[in-house]
Design a protein around this ligand. Structure first.
Ligand code: GLN
Length: 213
């Protein structure tokens, strides 16, 4: 484990969807990963992954207003890195085409759900993504959305004919595909670089605080 990875803890939102696969990937990357279900659990983490799943199911939890975890996540967004996979990207999007379902609405993107048609549910496509290196990434799409519009602060990291499938806005990262069900660690490693950067800036900030006497 590199010096840099030591003590890093990444949370994976574990209300619904394939959080266990993300936890496994993070552990393979050499960091600690925890399943996050309650607002208090956000305090001990350096980054958060919102996994794939069914966005309408998670939207219901926000509608009922019963889960304080959503406002707690929203408070941390902007500082703490957050990575949304597939459903996670829908949940972070400011706009969803033709829907007003509950979501965090923090990233300046408009997504189209089930963009490949409800029937063409699952397929794999090798994508060359410059930020991940020259070797193609085995991107698995499962009833996936695409990003159809994005604001000027959004950096497009990968696009296919149907739309944008990987993008970043500051400390927010989204992919329409599922790296957690491949054995390629590069998207998680990319996210962990964002997390390490955030941790370094927090440590620097703590050092700059005047000593209390
Ligand atoms: N189609 C799902 C939705 O709209 C997302 C699918 C996924 O996360 N694999 O919520």
């Amino acid at each position: 484990m590199s010096q840099d990875s030591q003590n890093i803890v990444v949370g994976v939102l574990a209300l619904q969807g394939d959080f266990a696969e993300h936890i496994k990937m993070l552990e393979l990357c050499g960091v600690r990963a925890i399943a996050v279900r309650y607002a208090e659990e956000l305090d001990g983490i350096d980054g958060l992954i919102i996994p794939g799943g069914e966005s309408t199911a998670v939207a219901k939890l926000t509608d009922e207003g019963s889960a304080p975890i959503f406002s707690a996540i929203k408070e941390k967004i902007g500082a703490m890195p957050v990575y949304g996979t597939c459903m996670g990207s829908i949940f972070l999007a400011k706009e969803i085409e033709g829907s007003s379902q509950g979501r965090l609405a923090v990233m300046d993107i408009k997504v189209k759900r089930n963009a490949f048609g409800p029937q063409r549910r699952s397929f794999e496509s090798d994508l060359v993504i410059d930020s991940l290196g020259a070797e193609a990434f085995p991107a698995v799409f499962i009833r996936a959305p695409v990003i159809v519009e994005c604001g000027p602060a959004v950096e497009v990291l990968s696009a296919i004919d149907e739309g944008i499938v990987m993008a970043r806005q500051g400390n927010l990262l989204v992919t329409a595909f599922h790296p957690e069900i491949t054995d390629d660690l590069r998207v998680h490693q990319y996210f962990l670089e964002m997390v390490k950067e955030y941790r370094r800036s927090r440590v620097d900030q703590a050092r700059l605080q005047p000593l209390k006497r």
